[in-house]
Design a protein around this ligand. Structure first.
Ligand code: PXG
Length: 469
């Protein structure tokens, strides 16, 4: 099939895009001067652009196309459900088969007692639900002042008023009056960048205990919940030291603070188990899901809520005055259900965990030998490399953060590989169906792009080391 045949020319599409489409997290003026790259189709782990280039998608879209592109069954389910019942709400004492069947399936596959779902259309919406839900939970028990929520600097929980406030991205807080009141942030468990001379294990404990200090500062009777991603994704694939999560869990339990695991990225196989909580031994009270829930084929997210919390809410919560038109949208729910069916039947997580993820881990580790790589870390299919001009010192570049990362990203894109940069970290999150041959292809392109990026950084005089902030 000619992927370009049904569309106007690239230049025409870029002109329409520039005139009318405001892009997320983008300097629109700068993008319009250059023109967006137009992605027209996808198959397996590859995407195609309007010029006919084939690109290995090392980011699974945006951390979400776990199943890979082009699965017919997914399209057929969406088609059939659209004919049968394209929409109905679940507000006024009604339900419908896709919403209730997906809810039951989720309860079946979720760890411990995360048995009930409050649907949303996205991860941001689900985290906004979480803010209201945990506050409602404590208020229903006569503790309205137990409402403060603690997140982490460089955490990402979406970009709505609530999600952006829970997250600790300073660039987001700087626009639009965030964070909203009643939310504060502690430092992240980022050993490579902030661990100094400590061992990762010592550092993990130190950063976990920052939560205890913050709870004590505020008073446990004022703190509703802590929220964290098992592995920070948008912050640059920060894999916490092994000591971190057990200590966070202990602190939450001892101070009666709810634990929200934001698994928008880590759920549905990303870390090698079905849920990041299983990889890291976390038992959250609430789990945020989205992205891999439908492999990105339809927009859907949700909050998984523990049976323990729901029993309390059933008894004393009354009406929870919250909901979205598209709660449990029938087409999106049917697509998500089909996604889980395929993942289970084809044992996609189990196969990746047993074969391709360990192979990728071995190949990824080889990147640490590259002269510009200070660390190569990976869990499941979620990895990062730290670019540095001085490996031994784990030094940053003297140039503005992201200058060299962007150069490598540009070389990747030109070479047919999507590998993102977050500052001077390169990050990956490929579809879970990536096979061994594709991993070899991936690594070949990554090394080529690193070599070319390093040559460019040297040629432009930005390879020098700077000081850590
Ligand atoms: N929580 C986490 C952990 C996320 O990664 C959200 C919530 C928000 O989900 P929605 O569906 O509202 O986008 C996310 C989303 C990036 C990037 O730059 C990451 C996300 C979204 C956009 C960009 O890596 N993650």
């Amino acid at each position: 099939m000619d992927h370009r045949s049904n569309y106007p020319s690239t230049a025409e599409m870029q002109a329409l895009d520039a005139a009318h489409n405001l892009h997320p997290f983008t300097d629109t003026g700068a993008l319009n001067a250059k023109g967006a790259r137009i992605i027209t189709s996808g198959k397996g782990v590859y995407i195609h652009d309007s010029e006919g280039a084939r690109i290995l998608d090392g980011m699974a879209g945006l951390w979400c196309v776990n199943l890979g592109y082009g699965r017919k069954e997914m399209a057929e389910v969406a088609y059939r459900q659209s004919l049968e019942l394209p929409f109905y709400n679940t507000f006024f004492q009604t339900s419908h088969p896709p919403a209730l069947q997906l809810a039951a399936k989720l309860a079946e596959i979720m760890p411990h007692d995360l048995n009930r779902v409050f649907y949303a259309g996205s991860g941001s919406e689900a985290n906004d639900t979480n803010i209201r839900l945990v506050r409602h939970y404590w208020a229903s028990q006569g503790k309205p002042e137990k409402s403060h929520i603690i997140g982490r600097w460089n955490g990402y929980h979406g970009s709505t008023m609530g999600g952006g406030s829970l997250g600790g991205m300073k660039g987001i807080h700087a626009q639009g009056g965030l964070p909203i009141p009643g939310i504060s942030h502690i430092d992240q468990p980022y050993w490579y960048g902030e661990g100094g001379d400590m061992s990762p294990e010592e550092f993990g404990l130190l950063r976990a205990r920052a939560l205890e200090a913050e709870i004590e500062r505020l008073g446990a009777d004022k703190v509703a919940a802590f929220i964290g991603e098992p592995v920070q994704g948008a912050g640059g694939v920060i894999i916490p030291p092994s000591t971190y999560w057990p200590e966070i869990q202990r602190i939450c339990r001892e101070h009666d603070v709810l634990l929200i695991a934001d698994e928008v990225i880590t759920a549905f196989g990303r870390t090698g188990k079905w849920f990041g909580c299983e990889t890291f031994g976390i038992q959250p009270d609430i789990m945020t899901i989205a992205k891999g829930l439908s492999s990105g084929y339809a927009p859907i997210g949700g909050s998984m809520v523990s049976e323990r919390m729901c029993k309390v809410l059933d008894e004393v919560g009354g009406e929870f005055a919250h909901g979205y038109t598209y709660n449990g949208h029938p087409v999106a729910a049917a697509v998500a259900l089909e996604n889980i069916r395929i993942m289970q039947e084809e044992k996609i997580v189990e196969t990746a965990a047993a074969d391709t993820m360990p192979y990728m881990a071995q190949r990824w580790a080889e990147l640490a030998d590259h002269p510009m790589v200070g660390e190569a870390r990976i869990v499941g299919f979620m990895g990062a490399i730290e670019l540095t001009p001085d490996k031994a010192a784990r030094a940053p570049f003297a140039a503005d953060e992201g200058t060299v990362g962007y150069m490598v990203r540009e070389r990747c894109f030109a070479n047919g590989l999507v590998m993102r940069h977050v500052g001077d970290k390169m990050i990956i999150s490929p579809p879970l169906v990536l096979n061994r041959a594709e991993i070899d292809h991936f690594l070949g392109l990554a090394v080529k792009s690193l070599d070319e990026g390093m040559a460019k950084a040297k040629a432009e005089g930005v390879f020098a080391a700077g000081k850590r902030a």
